[in-house]
Design a protein around this ligand. Structure first.
Ligand SMILES: NS(=O)(=O)c1ccc(CCNC(=O)Nc2ccc(Cl)cc2)cc1
Ligand SMILES: [Zn+2]
Length: 258
């Protein structure tokens, strides 16, 4: 695709092909405590997740994406701020070149080394991801912050495979990943109405950002950061693939916790 994360085609240029980049419901945002409000009416999140088979793809050389077969027994999310059931379609990550920048959302201006996105589409209203992706109530994405610390056993199933998909468009099967183990222990989350954080930037996402970060080892972060993309014939190390925070534009951010 023409868009990317370099100076020439990065987040500040996306508005030229995707004018919605300047919309009023863009993501990510800074989760500022002065803009968030505890909402006692928020339900707990409900995960009907089980070990599943997936395919890891080095998609367009910016990131890796784990696509799930959402036709068989799917991983389904409901509850929280959501109406209806949302089926997990894929998960991917955003990261940077140092361990203090790389997440897309931030908390009172603080960023993390990376951010995991678990992408779900509204299977109560739409029949597939492609139909849902452009609808205002089409998607629910769980964002999980990632910091460097102890090794993460479940994420190791992914980070161990990354060196095998360093070439753009390479893919590999991974069975038995349990998405439930990719969630932090605490159920606390923020939620707000936003968008895809990459083109086409559709304003179709109910964001659910978990408060507690996951920890991965520095070796695991190295494996993520070393995802090379072979572009224009030369190996270039991905510096970052995160979009900077966008204007809240009057939106409210609700917290499930005090
Ligand atoms: N970052 S999100 O959860 O708002 C998001 C969810 C779904 C889409 C549509 C499928 N496309 C996709 O997943 N593309 C992608 C992902 C990560 C990177 Cl780094 C680059 C490209 C786009 C954004
Ligand atoms: Zn993402």
């Amino acid at each position: 695709p023409s868009w990317g994360y370099s100076k020439a085609n990065g987040p500040y240029t996306w508005v030229s092909h995707f004018p919605i980049a300047q919309g009023s419901r863009q993501s990510p945002v800074d989760l500022r405590s002065s803009d968030t409000r505890f909402d006692a009416k928020l339900q707990p999140l409900n995960y009907h997740y089980m070990p599943t088979s997936s395919r890891i793809l080095n998609n367009n050389g910016f990131s890796f994406k784990l696509s799930f077969d959402d036709s068989s027994d799917p991983c389904v999310l409901s509850g929280g701020p959501l109406d209806g059931h949302f089926r997990m379609n894929q998960l991917h990550m955003h990261w940077g070149c140092d361990e203090h920048a790389g997440s897309e959302h931030s908390v009172d201006g603080n960023t993390y080394a990376a951010e995991l996105h678990m992408v779900h589409w509204n299977s109560s209203k739409y029949s597939n991801m492609q139909q849902a992706v452009a609808q205002p109530d089409g998607l629910a994405v769980i964002g999980v912050f990632i910091q460097v610390g102890a090794e993460h056993k479940e994420l190791k199933k992914i980070t161990d495979l990354l060196p095998m998909i360093t070439q753009q468009d390479s893919k590999i099967e991974l069975s038995g990943l349990n998405p439930l183990l990719l969630l932090p222990c605490s159920p606390a989350y923020w939620t707000y109405l936003g968008s895809l954080t990459t083109p086409p930037l559709y304003e179709s996402v109910t964001w659910i950002v978990m408060k507690e970060p996951l920890s991965i080892s520095s070796q695991q972060l190295e494996a993520i950061q070393s995802l090379y993309s072979l572009r224009s014939g030369k190996h270039e190390r991905l510096l970052n693939n995160y979009r900077p925070p966008q204007l809240l534009a009057g939106r409210e951010i609700r917290a499930s916790f005090k």
